[in-house]
Design a protein around this ligand. Structure first.
Ligand SMILES: N[C@@H](CCC(=O)N[C@@H](CS)C(=O)NCC(=O)O)C(=O)O
Length: 239
């Protein structure tokens, strides 16, 4: 569950109090059956199988099950099938704002900037700019569009990984640079709203139960070791 896109789905399922099973795919040692039998299109996670009998690792979903890739599409699907969980607001304007919020995040912070800063030599200024932008979109209190929604399910896993990686010095930059970036962001009054947003999310039981920082840290370390084993001085991941 080190993948932020997989945590998005887990988080929404927990918030919806859904009954579900998970099969965890180790992305550093992906089993062949996953690409052959499950997500035959991209072999990426997450992949929601809706309907059909309970699956065991190695099983192919049955013909009457629906398979959905793409975390943001899955979040929308969950909002549709669990209307009583209010994973999206009822008001169309707020729904549009929730979608704009997660689209903006996906194109900016989530895609290039955070991973770029940790693993690809993107400058700190770019990361701070992305966070300034994100913070400016938040209302003074509450969640992305007021009540908690799938916009928050989309954003939080990205922010949690940034916070963890900087705090623990996990990335291909010098650990002291990562820790300095942590202090600049997470110990500065400038980002008080961002920090409060993360804390307010973590105070929700559904959110907290989807987050395993120790397991995520271990996977980050494993990824970094793999890169370092090939090139001990690497300052960026090979594309
Ligand atoms: N746009 C997709 C991205 C999915 C994605 O890139 N998943 C990553 C983990 S966050 C993955 O499966 N990586 C392993 C691989 O590409 O083999 C989504 O939001 O679901």
């Amino acid at each position: 569950m080190d993948a932020h896109s997989a945590q998005r789905v887990r988080l929404a399922l927990e918030e919806a109090k859904a009954t579900y099973d998970t099969i965890v795919i180790d992305l550093l040692d992906k089993p062949e059956w996953y690409a052959q039998k499950v997500n035959t299109d991209t072999a990426k996670v997450p992949y929601l199988v809706y309907g059909g009998p309970k699956l065991q690792p190695g099983d192919a979903p049955s013909g009457d099950a629906v398979g959905i890739p793409e975390s943001l599409v899955i979040l929308e699907f969950l909002a549709d099938i669990f209307p009583n969980a209010h994973l999206l607001p009822a008001d169309p304007t707020l729904r549009a704002r929730a979608r704009l919020f997660y689209n903006g995040l996906e194109k900016g912070l989530a895609k290039g900037i955070i991973v770029g800063f940790l693993f690809q030599e993107v400058p700190l200024q770019d990361l701070l700019g992305g966070l300034d932008n994100f913070q400016a979109r938040l209302p003074p209190t509450g969640f992305a569009v007021g009540e908690w929604s799938i916009a928050d399910a989309a954003a939080l896993p990205v922010l949690l990984r940034l916070q963890l990686a900087l705090k623990e010095g996990l990335g291909l930059r010098k650990p002291e640079d990562l820790k300095e970036a942590y202090a600049t962001i997470f110990e500065s009054p400038k980002y008080e709203r961002l920090c409060r947003y993360i804390d307010d999310n973590l105070a929700r039981p559904g959110v907290a139960s989807s987050w395993d920082p120790a397991a995520t840290k271990a996977k980050f370390e494993q990824r970094i070791q793999i890169v370092r084993a090939k090139d001990p001085t690497a300052t960026s991941m090979p594309h």
